[in-house]
Design a protein around this ligand. Structure first.
Ligand code: NAD
Length: 286
């Protein structure tokens, strides 16, 4: 069956941006979150991102309106899933939360629906195992900011079928994305390489070897990164980073222990851009 519509569960940092990708690709896209307030916040983020794209001359107003016309939101997961080709969850990076949701999606979706996860580090195989369709479960790992980053990392669980894989790759290509397919393993490839380096930047900062600005400048001006590791950590959320490092540490050992400074900032509620304060202070900035 051809995929005609998409549901995104979770309208946080990632879910809202993933919604833009599919709506831009012309797919009817329904987004779900847990309260009216969270849905409103997600839609505000989408509107502000699109307005900025128009202001910068990177998108026409009629394109923006076309994208918005392909989007709708609901609190009713059951209704959203009753007739959907692909659902992607972008909820908290916690295996128990994801497994609970995969079980629910499996119960509520038509038999042919593909179940996707945007997890950064967790096992697709383990999520698929709680469903009656592990062959139709797959990792679709978008990178921040999902609406602009060209590549999507596609992750095959141990039971993901060739048919599921092909349908997802075709869909992503139709939405203008490049893809890379990798095996299921903690952090897959991109985060396995990148996040331990970001974690190391917190150790370097805590050891007073350099300031946050200098650490970021080393990577931006010296290594030509688009964003320094500490600014990037603030963008994806220190709580999300910490959960990812906890998975690495549990699955792959001591080398991946989360930096104490990262833990301290999360305990203080300094989660990065989304809370107004992380490594850097965003309060009072636009
Ligand atoms: N932040 C990043 O840079 C990034 C990058 C790639 C992948 N990811 C992954 O994407 C996922 C989401 O991360 P995020 O940064 O968007 O998190 P976030 O905390 O910004 O957003 C999560 C959203 O999911 C909603 N939610 C939670 N449970 C729900 C449920 N049962 N039904 C509906 N909505 C629910 C929350 O209310 C929240 O709005 C995680 O698995 C994360 O690892 C994050």
């Amino acid at each position: 069956m051809e995929i005609k519509n998409v549901v995104i569960v979770g309208m946080g940092t990632m879910g809202s941006q993933i919604g833009i990708v599919f709506a831009r690709g012309g797919y009817q896209t329904t987004m779900v979150d847990l309260s009216e307030g969270l849905i409103e916040k997600g839609m505000e983020g989408i509107q502000s991102f699109l307005n900025n794209q128009v202001k910068k001359g990177k998108m026409r107003t009629d394109e923006m309106n076309q994208i918005l016309s392909c989007m709708n939101t609901t609190l009713d997961l059951g209704k959203a899933l009753s007739d959907v080709g692909l659902v992607i969850e972008a909820v908290f990076e916690d295996m128990n939360v994801k497994k609970g949701l995969f079980k629910k999606m499996d119960d509520l979706c038509p038999r042919q629906t593909i179940l996707g996860s945007n997890t950064s580090t967790l096992s697709i195989t383990e999520m698929g195992a709680v469903t009656a369709r592990p062959d139709q479960c797959i990792g679709i790992h978008f990178l921040i900011p999902a609406a602009l980053t060209p590549l999507v990392e596609v992750v095959r669980g141990s039971e993901t079928s060739d048919d599921t894989h092909k349908k997802v790759i075709d869909l992503l290509h139709r939405c203008g994305k490049e893809t890379v397919t990798v095996k299921d393993s903690p952090g897959f490839v991109i985060n396995r390489l990148y996040l331990p380096m970001v974690n190391e930047a917190f150790y370097v900062l805590e050891s007073s070897i350099a300031s946050a600005e200098e650490i970021d400048r080393c990577c931006v001006q010296g290594l030509r990164f688009p964003l320094g590791p500490l600014a990037a950590a603030d963008a994806f959320g220190l709580d999300v980073l910490l959960n990812c490092m906890k998975t690495f540490h549990k699955e792959m050992g001591e080398k991946y222990r989360p930096a104490p400074l990262l833990i301290k900032l999360v305990e203080a509620g300094w989660l990065g851009r989304k809370s107004g304060r992380g490594v850097y202070d965003y309060r009072g900035r636009e």
